[in-house]
Write a protein that binds this ligand. Structure first.
Ligand code: NAD
Ligand code: 44H
Length: 428
């Protein structure tokens, strides 16, 4: 009979009082924000999923305790105890109570790129839930709070602010309170955290001797850059290396273009070449050459010192090739319509403005269209995109969905079309 992880079996202190709330409890929150918060025993998190009910149930049975497994760095594997309570998103009563509580100083979010795409008024959307909770706070204590979006979205703080403004413009008192009392930080977040699998449960049992139904596996590297104010205080995240900066802009571009941009290239081009994981894809010289060419192209448009970028690129290849982390290309390929605009388009536009056709992106876009034609497509716009990619003139129609300028660019459409034909001939 194996022992299940809980606070006592993991040697963790009792749950701390809740002073932070999280929306979008998934793998990344557990490997990143909860790990940073775990350095301080005074800050407990009440974490809410969106639709998942299994994860909060498992965490509640474990008193919030879970294992962060770090392959290749056994000293970094640890039991995390910063989640004091876990709730399904449908638990609206607790959500309202937590957000109304003046002791709660911080609300972090990992709600995927799609959640920021439009000002959603639907009560079940991330924005709807966020607004319902903030309205309760406004109605009760009115205490200040800081929102900390942690999704791979450029200017995530400014984007969240404009989503909230658009959704509340008809309510002057509430929107005035949001402007005055709700601070919104911008962040760059980084820690490669593949979607958890049943295999992780077995590995944790082998490593720690404890049964854990909610473990998470992540790489040793972690980064968190934050710019913004915390009017009601915050956990001392800097104890684990978070950095507070005036402006995250250039670091955001570096992360989104170099890391995430390369991931998205590897995902579509790698799947087309029969690979399944990032590690497999960076064992393929053709793909590494394409990623290096992408980085070379992106380097032209980012004001970071060449030596620093070279070191960043070297470390990325190391991180992508790390053994022990099974990062599925299919997972990264999900939601391309939400990811490509942030990861590739700024560089594509800058290159086109300079009269150049960036070869790695031509290949990446062709691989994306090929994926939409034959792959298992998971995307909030799947029906529309699959329809476009499988109709006549697929490249123009699909690129138009990314941006009208891309679809109207004859030279780009023709180059992507030629590449798509080459892929089709090669049997993909
Ligand atoms: N996994 C990583 O390596 C990583 C690294 C950096 C940033 N991120 C960011 O974190 C996000 C979550 O990643 P994850 O690995 O935790 O994924 P996950 O699938 O494990 O968890 C995602 C969470 O978001 C919720 N969610 C999904 N769609 C939503 C929506 N429309 N509105 C609100 N919530 C929604 C899910 O229910 C779940 O609670 C990513 O989308 C990305 O922006 C992830
Ligand atoms: O999490 P997503 O789906 O936005 O993107 C997939 C990966 O590119 C991403 O999770 C990276 O691994 C992560 O951003 C590294 O910090």
């Amino acid at each position: 009979m194996t022992t299940r992880i809980d606070r006592a079996s993991a040697g963790l202190p009792p749950a701390a009082p809740v002073r932070a709330v999280h929306l979008g409890l998934g793998g990344f929150h557990r490997s990143h924000q909860a790990w940073y918060t775990a350095a301080s025993p005074e800050w407990g998190i009440a974490a809410y999923t969106f639709r998942n009910t299994e994860l909060p149930r498992a965490l509640e049975q474990q008193e919030g305790a879970y294992t962060l497994l770090v392959p290749g760095a056994p000293e970094a594997t640890e039991a995390i105890g910063s989640i004091s309570r876990a709730h399904p998103g449908a638990d609206r009563a607790s959500w309202s109570r937590d957000l109304a509580c003046p002791d709660v100083a911080v609300l972090t979010l990992t709600v995927t790129e799609a959640a920021y795409a439009a000002p959603e008024r639907d009560a079940d959307s991330a924005t709807g839930r966020l607004l319902a909770g903030l309205r309760e706070r406004f109605r009760t204590s009115g205490a200040p709070i800081a929102l900390v979006p942690c999704d791979n979205v450029p200017d995530n703080g400014a984007v969240l602010r404009s989503v909230l403004r658009a959704a509340t413009r008809d309510d002057l008192r509430f929107s005035g309170w949001l402007e005055e009392q709700v601070s919104i930080a911008s962040t760059v977040v980084d820690r490669i955290t593949p979607a958890p699998t049943p295999r992780d449960v077995r590995e944790v049992l082998d490593t720690t001797g404890l049964r854990d139904e909610a473990p998470v596996v992540a790489e040793p590297f972690s980064e968190w850059l934050i710019s913004g104010d915390f009017p009601a205080g915050r956990p001392p995240w800097e104890l684990r290396g978070a950095r507070f900066v005036d402006d995250v802009g250039v670091y955001q571009q570096r992360k989104l273009w170099f890391l995430n941009g390369a991931h998205t290239l590897l995902a579509y081009a790698g799947l087309a070449r029969g690979h399944r994981t990032v590690r497999e894809a960076v064992g393929d010289d053709v793909l590494v050459e394409m990623v290096q060419a992408w980085w070379q192209t992106a380097s032209r448009h980012i004001p970071i010192d060449a030596a620093e970028l070279a070191e960043y690129r070297r470390r990325l290849i190391e991180r992508f090739a790390a053994p022990g982390l099974r990062h599925e290309l299919a997972q990264i390929a999900e939601g391309g319509s939400q990811k490509i605009p942030a990861r590739w388009l700024p560089v594509l536009r800058a290159e086109r403005a300079a009269g150049r056709l960036p070869e790695p992106l031509v290949r990446g876009l062709a691989a994306w269209v090929a994926h939409l034609r034959v792959g298992e497509v998971r995307d909030p716009r799947a029906a529309e995109l699959v329809g476009s990619a499988r109709a006549a003139d697929p490249v123009r129609r699909t690129l138009s969905a990314l941006g009208p300028d891309a679809g109207a660019d004859d030279e780009l459409v023709s180059a992507v079309g030629a590449e798509l034909a080459t892929l089709a001939k090669a049997g993909n």
